[in-house]
Design a protein around this ligand. Structure first.
Ligand SMILES: [Zn+2]
Length: 476
C-alpha cells in the first residue's frame, strides 16, 4: 500500500505539509529585472512584454518609489539599453579620432586569443555528415562557399531534417529568419527580419578595435550607459535596496554579441550579406579580452555603488577575472551572482526586443549552454563557484528546474537563483489575456515549482504585481 498517495494529500493541512518548505511569499526573495534606457525622462512600452516598460533613470526612480516604500521591493536587476544610433555615432566619431595604439589597455593587451581562433578554424574544416544544413563556413581567407550551406533538396534523412528545424527555431529566437526550403514549408512561423542598420556594414570585417572603442566609449561611460547614471541616484533614494547589475557587452558591441571577436572574422557571406543564422563555431571569440572588459565594467558599477554584479555573458573564466579586478580595486564587498547555467533558449525572444540586442549575425549557441546538456551546466556551476561566484543562476527557469535540483543537491552551500525570463512571462500573460488559463493559479504553480526544485532567489517580471498583492499566491 505504500504506492498509494491520495491519503497523504486528502486534507488542506496534509497538502500544506507536503509543501511546507515551498512558501512563496518571502518578498525578500523576489528580484525585479528592469531595462534602463538612455533618455532619462522616457518611459517606453515593450510590445512583446505586456505591462513591462523601458525606463529612463529619472522615471525609474518614480516607478520604484511606491514599490520600495509601500510594497516592500528589496532588489532590482538592472540592464542598460543602448541605442544603435548612439553606437553608430560613437563608432564613426572614434574612428576618425582614434589612436589605434591605445586599443586595449593593461591586461587586455596580453590576452591574445589567437590559439583558440586557430583551433576554431581547424575544427571547421573537419565537418561531418551534416554539411548540407550547416551555416556558411569560412574557407580561405574569408571566402565563403555557398554550396555547402544549401539544404539537401528532397532529403529524406530525418537527422538532417531535425537539424533544419533546429535552425528555424533558433533563427526565430534571434528575431531574424531563415526562408523555408523550396520543397518544405517552415515548421514554425518566421517573423520578418528586423530593421538592421548594421546590415549596412555588409562586406566589412568584424573589428575588435571598433568594439573595444564602443566598450570604452559607451559601456564604461556615464553618458552612454544609463545604469552607471542610475546607480548613485538609487543609492541615495533607496539606501536599503539591493542593486544588482547585469554585466555583459552585448548592449554595446557592434555585433550585438556578448563578447568581442578576433579582428579577422568575417560577419558576411560571399554576397556581402550579414550572416543571420547558424552557430558561431567558426567565429573565434576573443575570450580573454572580453573577460577583461567585463571586469572593467563590473568595477565601474561597483564604483557607483552596486551591491552585486551579475555576469551574463558566459565567457570562460570571467568570474575569476571579475573577482580579481573587484578586489584589486577595493570592492571585496561586492558579490557575484553568476549566470552559470544560462541556456541558449527561444524564451529570450521578448528580452531581445526590450534591449535591442539580438546578434547581428550567427547566434549565441557557441557560448550559451545547449538545452539538452546537464553535464555542461553542472561543470559551469562547479567552475563558477570555485572561481568565486557567491550565487548561481539557472536561466530560463521553468524548462530547467531539473538543473536547479541537480545544483541544489550538489551544492547545498550556495543559494540558487532562477530567472523566469521574458518568454516565460509573456507566455503566461498572453495566455491569460486570451482566457486559456488562470494566471493566478498558473503563477502560483510556477513559483511553487521553483521552490520545490531548490531555488531561493526568484527573478521575475511578475515581481511588482506579486508585491502589490494582485495575485493570491499563498501556498495551499
Ligand atoms: Zn549579453
Amino acid at each position: 500500500m505504500s504506492s498509494n498517495l491520495h491519503q497523504a494529500q486528502s486534507h488542506d493541512i496534509l497538502r500544506s505539509w507536503q509543501s511546507q518548505r515551498f512558501d512563496i511569499n518571502h518578498h525578500k526573495d523576489f528580484v525585479l529585472p528592469m531595462f534602463i534606457g538612455n533618455d532619462d525622462d522616457a518611459v517606453e512600452p515593450i510590445d512583446s512584454m505586456p505591462g513591462v516598460f523601458r525606463y529612463g533613470a529619472n522615471r525609474a526612480l518614480e516607478y520604484l518609489e511606491p514599490l520600495v516604500y509601500s510594497f516592500g521591493l528589496r532588489s532590482v536587476l538592472l540592464f542598460p539599453v543602448a541605442t544603435k544610433a548612439d553606437k553608430m555615432k560613437l563608432s564613426a566619431e572614434t574612428k576618425n579620432n582614434a589612436d589605434d595604439s591605445d586599443e586595449d589597455d593593461d591586461a587586455a593587451s596580453n590576452s591574445s586569443d589567437s590559439p583558440n581562433s586557430e583551433r576554431s578554424y581547424a575544427s571547421s574544416s573537419s565537418s561531418g555528415g551534416t554539411r548540407e544544413v550547416m551555416p556558411e563556413r569560412l574557407l580561405n581567407d574569408g571566402e565563403v562557399n555557398d554550396e555547402v550551406s544549401k539544404p539537401a533538396v528532397g532529403s529524406q534523412n530525418p537527422f538532417l531534417n531535425q537539424n533544419e528545424e533546429e535552425h528555424h527555431l533558433l533563427a526565430c529566437e534571434q528575431g531574424g529568419g531563415i526562408e523555408g526550403t523550396p520543397n518544405r514549408p517552415s515548421p514554425v512561423p518566421v517573423p520578418p527580419p528586423r530593421a538592421n542598420e548594421h546590415n549596412a556594414r555588409a562586406g566589412g570585417n568584424v573589428s575588435r578595435k571598433e568594439d573595444v572603442r564602443l566598450i570604452k566609449g559607451m559601456a564604461l561611460k556615464d553618458k552612454y550607459n544609463p545604469v552607471l547614471r542610475l546607480i548613485p541616484k538609487l543609492r541615495v533614494k533607496f539606501p536599503k535596496l539591493l542593486i544588482i547589475c547585469d554585466v555583459c557587452l552585448c548592449a554595446f558591441t557592434s555585433t550585438g554579441h556578448c563578447c568581442l571577436f578576433e579582428d579577422h572574422v568575417k560577419a558576411t557571406n560571399a554576397s556581402g550579406q550579414a550572416l543571420k543564422h547558424g552557430s558561431l563555431s567558426y567565429f573565434p571569440i576573443s575570450n580573454n579580452t572580453s573577460c577583461h572588459y567585463l571586469a572593467m565594467l563590473s568595477v565601474e558599477y561597483a564604483v557607483r555603488g552596486c551591491d552585486v554584479v551579475a555576469p551574463s555573458d558566459m565567457m570562460d573564466g570571467r568570474i575569476l577575472t571579475i573577482r580579481q579586478k573587484l578586489n584589486e580595486n577595493g570592492f571585496n564587498r561586492v558579490a557575484i551572482l553568476s549566470y552559470s547555467a544560462k541556456f541558449a533558449s527561444a524564451f529570450y525572444g521578448p528580452f531581445r526586443q526590450a534591449t535591442n540586442n539580438a546578434p547581428e549575425f550567427g547566434d549565441r549557441r557557441a557560448y550559451q549552454l545547449p538545452p539538452g546538456s546537464r553535464a555542461l551546466a553542472i561543470k559551469a556551476v562547479k567552475r563558477d563557484i570555485e572561481q568565486g561566484a557567491d550565487f548561481v543562476m539557472v536561466k530560463p527557469a521553468g524548462p530547467y528546474l531539473d538543473i536547479v535540483r541537480d545544483i541544489s543537491e550538489r551544492h547545498p552551500e550556495i543559494p540558487i537563483a532562477v530567472y523566469q525570463v521574458s518568454g516565460e512571462y509573456s507566455m503566461l500573460k498572453v495566455a491569460a489575456g486570451a482566457g486559456v488559463l488562470d494566471l493566478n493559479l498558473a503563477l502560483r504553480e510556477m513559483l511553487t515549482a521553483f521552490r520545490r526544485s531548490g531555488a531561493t532567489i526568484i527573478i521575475s517580471y511578475f515581481t511588482p504585481e506579486l508585491l502589490k498583492g494582485e495575485f493570491s499566491v499563498a501556498s495551499d
